[in-house]
Design a protein around this ligand. Sequence first.
Ligand code: SF4
Length: 372
Amino acid sequence: MREYSIYIHIPFCVSKCIYCDFNSYANKEDKICEYIKSIINQIHNDNTFSKDDICKTIYIGGGTPSYINSKYIVQILKCIYGKYRVDKNAEITIEQNPCSMTKDKLKDYYDIGINRLSMGLQSTNNDLLKILARKHTYEEFLYKYELARSIGFNNINVDLMLALPNQTLENVKKDIQKIIHLQPEHISCYSLIIYENTPMYSLIKNKRYVLPSDDVERKMYYLVTNMLRDNGYNQYEISNFSKKNMESKHNLMCWNQYEYIGLGAGAHSFVDGVRFQNVDDLEQYIDSNKVIILEKMNNLELMNEFMILGMRLINGINSARFKQIYNQDMFEVFNSQISFLKNEGFIDIANNQIILTTKGIDYNNVICQQFI
Ligand code: SF4
């Protein structure tokens, strides 16, 4: 029996945020209906897993899944329930933008079995939200957060961002204080990455906005980790924090190299050591459902990837999982790399587990280079 995940990509957004490099589209509402039909089509044609295999997590991401009519989400999930064997305790997450969440949509999600919301807040400061061209305010987020709670959602993630233009340490402190007050089960906190093909890149290049220095960015990061730790959140991954037993199961499955199917434009799949990608372009996906094979990995490449993915986890790599997949001892296969990382102070080893040190968190890229 194989355990796997399903990712569903909904690429529509009300408008494009100026930092966004995701496969997402504004002003393509006329394509929504056809797009959903293509996802249903992909599900019907998919024979990757048998009924003996079990789907443990489903993640509906984007884009903005809350932007489209919830009847489409219900339709997709009904189709998935009919086609795949979904665990009765499966974690089913949907990403939400506060500006498009409504009571009726939330009720539909709840009734169809979605049990986790991931809300894209990014900042509690309305001036910073404007800089990012986000369409919601902090007050709107608060209202929608409470609405979701009133409907029964008891597993909510809040996304925050660090190193935003004009953002100060005081801004970050206020963000974390306000979010701790709300007590979401999970908090993700990523630093802004500037992509060349975005309006934000030009604005920074032309000095319209100034980014915090690397030093300040690190201070922000440690402010977040310390405040969350002191308030009952467990940092289980470099950028992810949760209440006890409320880690994202979907992310953990990806980081522990479980298989997954990607539905929708540009979505990736990983099955039998092969990585696939659906065609990126929205119209082409609708026309053809075309799938591109990205890479077929050999055993060593897969083991290296397992190490890179696992090195994001604060408690380190799951050596039992490594043994389960590869029938080899991780410490023997990667003896020289692990010794180097330990000698350089990037990792500690305790109870047969690799644990990232503070230095290892700061220099994760150096760690990853050992496995390329
Ligand atoms: S809502 Fe998300 S996916 Fe859509 S444009 Fe903004 S950042 Fe990109």
